[in-house]
Design a protein around this ligand. Structure first.
Ligand SMILES: O=C(O)CCC(=O)C(=O)O
Length: 277
C-alpha cells in the first residue's frame, strides 16, 4: 500500500474528525462521489446573487457567463481585479491586525512582509470579511455570487475568507505547504484568490493544473499530493503559474491540483472560499 493510500486509512480513523468530515475526506476525492454524497443542510450566510449588488471595489474583464464557462472547462477563470486604492486600504487594515504564524491559531504576531525567524513561512488572518468592509463587499459581490451559484447549481455558503502572507525564509523551501495537492474541505468548493501584492516568478505565484478539477481517475483518488516531477510527467503544459499585478484575482475550483510556492519576495493573498456540503 502506498503512503498516500495510508493517508486515507489514517483519516478514516482520526478521532479528531467528525463522521461528516471523514465522509467528505473520503468521498471528496472523486467527482462522482462528490455529486452523489448527501450533504448536511447548512444555513445560508450570504444573499443570493439576485439580491446582491456589484461591489464598488471589483473590476472585471469578462462577463459572468464567460467567467463561469472558464471555471467549468478549465477549473479556473482569471480576469477579476480589486481597485488598487481598495487593495491599499486592505493592506492598511492588515497592519492593524494580529496574524497567526505558520497556521498556529493560538500564537499571534504582527503583519509583516519580512522576518528574521527562519521557521516562519506563513502569516494568516482568518475571516477578514467579518470586520473589513471592503472584503465583506467583495464576498457578496453580484458577479462572484452569480458565478459561484452557476457553478454549484445550488446555493453556496461562504466557508471562510482569509488573508495570508507567504514569507521568504531561510528555512525549507520544500516544506509540504508548497507541494501540489487538491482540497477536500467540502463536496463542492470554489475559491476566489486576489493578489494584494504584485506576483511575478520571484514572489511564489500560485500554480494550478488546468482541467484536473473534473478528473475522476483512480490515480487522482489515491494521489492527493503530487511531486513537481509527477505533475510535469502527467500533465505537461497544463501546469499554469498564475502571475498577476497587485489586485488581480481569479476563480479556482481547488479540487484541481494546485500549490503555493516558496517565494523570494513576500506575497500577500486574499482568499474567499465558497462551498456546498
Ligand atoms: O498559497 C497558495 O498559492 C496555495 C494555496 C492553497 O494551497 C490552497 O488554497 O489550498
Amino acid at each position: 500500500m502506498t503512503i498516500q493510500a495510508l493517508e486515507i486509512l489514517r483519516e478514516s480513523m482520526n478521532p479528531r474528525l467528525s463522521l461528516h468530515e471523514k465522509k467528505i475526506r473520503f468521498c471528496g476525492r472523486h467527482p462522482w462521489m462528490r455529486k452523489t454524497a448527501s450533504s448536511e443542510p447548512v444555513s445560508r450566510n450570504i444573499p443570493r446573487s439576485s439580491e446582491s449588488a456589484a461591489s464598488p471595489y471589483l473590476e472585471k474583464d469578462h462577463g459572468d457567463d464567460a467567467l463561469l464557462q472558464n471555471v467549468r472547462e478549465k477549473g479556473y477563470a482569471a480576469g477579476l481585479r480589486i481597485a488598487v486604492d481598495a487593495v491599499d486600504e486592505i493592506l492598511n487594515y492588515c497592519q492593524r491586525q494580529q496574524f497567526s504564524p505558520n497556521r498556529d491559531a493560538v500564537r499571534k504576531v504582527p503583519f509583516s512582509l519580512e522576518s528574521d525567524d527562519p521557521s516562519l513561512r506563513v502569516l494568516s488572518l482568518m475571516n477578514p470579511h467579518e470586520n473589513n468592509e471592503i472584503v465583506k463587499s467583495l464576498s457578496v459581490d453580484k458577479t462572484i455570487l452569480s458565478v459561484v451559484e452557476g457553478y454549484f447549481k445550488s446555493s453556496p455558503v461562504l466557508h471562510s475568507s482569509q488573508i495570508w502572507v507567504t514569507l521568504p525564509t531561510a528555512g525549507k523551501p520544500e516544506h509540504h505547504d508548497y507541494g501540489f495537492h487538491y482540497d477536500i474541505d467540502a463536496y463542492e468548493m470554489l475559491k476566489v484568490f486576489f493578489y494584494l501584492t504584485e506576483v511575478d516568478t520571484e514572489s511564489g505565484p500560485h500554480v494550478l493544473i488546468e482541467a484536473t478539477h473534473r478528473e475522476g481517475t483512480a490515480y487522482k483518488f489515491f494521489n492527493r499530493r503530487l511531486s513537481d516531477e509527477q505533475a510535469a510527467d502527467r500533465y505537461g503544459d497544463r501546469v499554469k503559474s498564475m502571475m498577476g499585478r497587485k489586485g488581480e484575482g481569479f476563480f479556482e475550483d481547488t479540487f484541481a491540483y494546485h500549490k503555493g510556492q516558496y517565494p523570494k519576495r513576500a506575497r500577500v493573498i486574499l482568499q474567499l472560499e465558497y462551498v456546498v456540503g
